[in-house]
Design a binder for this molecule. Structure first.
Ligand code: GLU
Ligand code: MG
Length: 436
């Protein structure tokens, strides 16, 4: 059979989906200038394929320009077609960045970090996922046997990651039934979110090729485990690590202390972006090692932000190992939007010179509302509707985004919620696990 290789120019959108258009791969150079045509109302296509209220209607034209630095070509060297796509930015036809382009929004946040603090972001997303039609046997949590069951897939994935320019790190059988976790090495700036997107797509591609369906849904069953996204972050100043200060509170450098404080201060208003589905709030509950409060943890996996351990035995210097992770995130969000919200909150903390937070090492779920409040903690929103309300009514937070963004985002999410109206919890979980 004859075949011509095609490449997909794509973007992550408000639904956290990767959408785009394909063209013959030989056109790539031309398309880097011309782009592909894109429609404004696409941004209101929800994860359930409904169209939320759109201010654009049938009007307007945009171009999506693929970026060579975010181009992935993986030849699996078997009967499967070559995996070929490139992430890109959406512009108006006159070249201005479009207000709803998630990658451009992230670039804006990273520029703010550079401008305000002279810092470059360095980090990586860590992902958990589950097989839908392929439950691993009982008793395999963290086990060699559980790894063995997916060794072939893991090894293909690692090769695909390397071919795509990602640095493979670990792959393991996570705690839940059919649940695995994959991590990668850090990268800089917009590549952090690009690599998260690429990783999710490669997991889907590799799994699909072996007849397995994966889901990154935040939670399949409210009684079971969650699938988290943990965003590991650190800073570079003039190429040198700038996150660790052994004399700083919780060993955070001054800028890192302000940054983490900013995340915690604005967390309840940004979870609508970092954990943006209805089922995200079934995961963000106490005692499942996700995040239920706006706290910093030191060696504590129940915290929204956790300072990750460093080892004296590593070949990597402590200052370069030191990082913190944001745990109130999941894969129903665009990695670009997610990271933009975290960075803006952090930079806001730097601008406000917020003091580095204390770290908790106790169960905040045991404290009453008054005690929580007196210590400056808030319970994170418990529903998407509440999260959206806290986002919408926080002018500092909405002000970080381009004009009109917050309103359109809330409409998008209202459209998603409308689709679920009247449906039972298990049905809602099942719908999300199909689409993510
Ligand atoms: N599955 C947990 C989550 O939903 C995380 C478990 C872990 O610490 O790896 O975030
Ligand atoms: Mg994990």
């Amino acid at each position: 059979m004859i075949a011509e290789e095609m490449i997909v120019a794509c973007c992550t959108d408000l639904a956290g989906k990767v959408r785009g258009k394909a063209f013959p791969a030989t056109q790539f150079d031309k398309r880097m200038k011309r782009g592909i045509g894109w429609t404004p109302t696409n941004v209101q296509i929800t994860c359930f394929d409904t169209i939320a209220e759109s201010p654009f209607g049938s009007l307007g034209d945009l171009v999506l320009i693929p970026d060579e630095r975010a181009k992935v070509r993986v030849d699996f060297a078997d009967d499967a077609p070559v995996e070929h796509f490139a992430l890109g930015d959406i512009h108006y036809t006159d070249g201005r960045p479009w207000e709803f382009c998630t990658r451009s929004i992230l670039k804006g946040a990273l520029e703010r970090l550079e401008k305000v603090a002279g810092l470059t972001l360095f980090g990586a997303f860590e992902h958990e996922f589950q097989f839908r039609n392929h439950a691993t046997p009982l008793g395999d949590a963290y086990s060699l046997n559980g790894f063995r069951a997916e060794r072939r897939l893991a090894q293909t994935l690692v090769a695909a990651m390397r071919a795509a320019g990602l640095e493979p790190d670990t792959f393991m059988k996570e705690f839940g039934r059919g649940q695995y976790e994959v991590t990668m090495g850090p990268s800089r700036g917009v590549a952090i979110a690009d690599h998260s997107t690429i990783l999710r797509e490669l997991v889907r591609s590799v799994s699909g090729a072996s007849g397995k369906e994966v889901t990154f849904t935040p939670i399949r069953d409210p009684a079971g485990v969650g699938n988290g996204v943990h965003v590991h972050l650190s800073f570079l100043r003039n190429d040198n690590p700038a996150t660790w200060d052994p004399k700083g509170k919780n060993e955070l450098s001054q800028a890192a202390g302000h940054f983490v404080a900013g995340i915690l201060k604005y967390l309840d208003a940004i979870v609508a972006i970092t954990a943006p589905s209805v089922v995200s709030y079934l995961r963000l509950t106490p005692h499942r090692w996700s995040a239920a409060f706006n706290n910093l943890g030191y060696r504590d996996r129940e915290a929204a932000v956790r300072i990750c351990p460093v080892s004296d035995m590593s070949d990597i210097a402590k200052a370069a190992q030191f990082n913190f992770e944001f745990r109130a995130a999941d894969a129903t969000a665009s990695p670009h939007l997610q990271l933009a919200a975290i960075v803006h909150a952090g930079v806001q903390g730097i601008e406000e010179e917020l003091p580095a937070p204390d770290a908790t090492a106790e169960d905040l779920a045991l404290l009453g509302a008054q005690e929580l409040a007196s210590r400056g903690y808030v319970r994170l929103p418990t529903t998407l509707a509440d999260a959206l309300e806290r986002f919408r009514t926080n002018p500092t937070v909405t002000g970080w985004f381009p004009a009109g963004f917050a309103e359109v985002y809330v409409k998008h999410k209202n459209g998603e919620m409308a689709f679920l109206e009247g449906k039972a919890k298990d049905q809602i979980c099942s719908l999300y696990e199909q689409v993510y």
